[in-house]
Write a protein that binds this ligand. Sequence first.
Ligand SMILES: NC(=O)c1ccc[n+]([C@@H]2O[C@H](COP(=O)([O-])OP(=O)(O)OC[C@H]3O[C@@H](n4cnc5c(N)ncnc54)[C@H](OP(=O)(O)O)[C@@H]3O)[C@@H](O)[C@H]2O)c1
Length: 255
Amino acid sequence: MKSNSFNLEGKVALVTGSGTGIGRAIAIKLAEHGACVGIHYNTSYQEALQTLEAIKSMNRKAILLQADLTCEQQANKIVDKIVAEFGKLDILVNNAGSPVQRSKIEECPLTLWNQVFNVNMTSAFMVTKRAIPHLRKTGKGSIVNIISLSVQTGGANGAGPYAAAKGALLVFTRTLARELAPEIRTNAVCPGVIETRHHEIFSTPERMQQYKEETPMKRNGIPEEVANAVVYLVSDAASFTNGALIDVNGGRFLR
Ligand SMILES: NC(=O)c1ccc[n+]([C@@H]2O[C@H](COP(=O)([O-])OP(=O)(O)OC[C@H]3O[C@@H](n4cnc5c(N)ncnc54)[C@H](OP(=O)(O)O)[C@@H]3O)[C@@H](O)[C@H]2O)c1
């Protein structure tokens, strides 16, 4: 029988921000491939419960982990809890993030700038730092950071602070790829326009339509399409892929 290199049976994965949107799709997809999952959420308890139910209905194991990841103690707590529950940690997906609020750079208050960096970059730093010893112990650990197309284009319409924070997360990814290999591989996925709550908050329906027209694939993406890229990156199929960035954007940005 051919071995399935996407098999994640016996792996333990932590996905931040997996009550909603892209994070939820990643958590469910990892579970579909056999992983036990830590479903982290901050404010979206009901949505996180739905992610949990979806995973339990596949007879996979999962736990809920609540934390505001801008707080170091809380970031540490979710790593400690998943390791206490499942005994180890193989996979970390730093997905939690948000533009918080749109602002042009020249009008951006320092408090907002710091908040955007805390939510998108410092949160990933804190969770990753706590997770590294556990990921290293497995000998085949994997980290995936969820970046944004805006790192290539710059932040449009007041998304400048967010684009800068995601740009930092990309450089962080590349640094980790150098520092942590060979025991841990670190990669990133760069979504284009994906239909989630993110755009319900930050884009108008007219802008969403425009995005479709501007994209060679003539549509916006769905969370599962980002999750597929994550499954590839954390699996043995990507065993020599380290420090890479996968675009999932329908050709909206071409390298
Ligand atoms: N949708 C897109 O087109 C797109 C494109 C490029 C990149 N992305 C990135 O993809 C990731 C997921 O976004 P999404 O589209 O799925 O939108 P979403 O549903 O709004 O997800 C954002 C997630 O981040 C979590 N989060 C926000 N602030 C947090 C904090 N302080 N502490 C802990 N968790 C926090 C939220 O948790 P709670 O809801 O539980 O508070 C939520 O689960 C984000 O990093 C986003 O920047 C999205």
